[in-house]
Design a binder for this molecule. Sequence first.
Ligand SMILES: [Zn+2]
Length: 104
Amino acid sequence: MSRTCAIDDCSNQARPGRRICHKHRHRFARHGDPDFTEWTVADEYDVEIVVERAQSVEGLTRLERVMVGRGLSRRGMPAAEVARIVGVDPRTVYRWRAEDRSAA
Ligand SMILES: [Zn+2]
């Protein structure tokens, strides 16, 4: 039975023989602070993983949520499903899409 990540509020599984999960190890290496959640910061590695797995995760920054929302939208995922994974209201997803269209 493996244990969960030692970071508070993180329910990811720790890597074998380690105390923290992949995401926090990566975040720690990148920023020096595993709880770093500055809104302008996005970890492209995290975003890629979330888009690829299409599973919700804890601890995304606001910018990461937007980026994941865009990535999933580009894959043709319905807004309600994107909203569930990213943890926002579906209206927020529609707003992101509208902003992307007007920016294009
Ligand atoms: Zn963790």
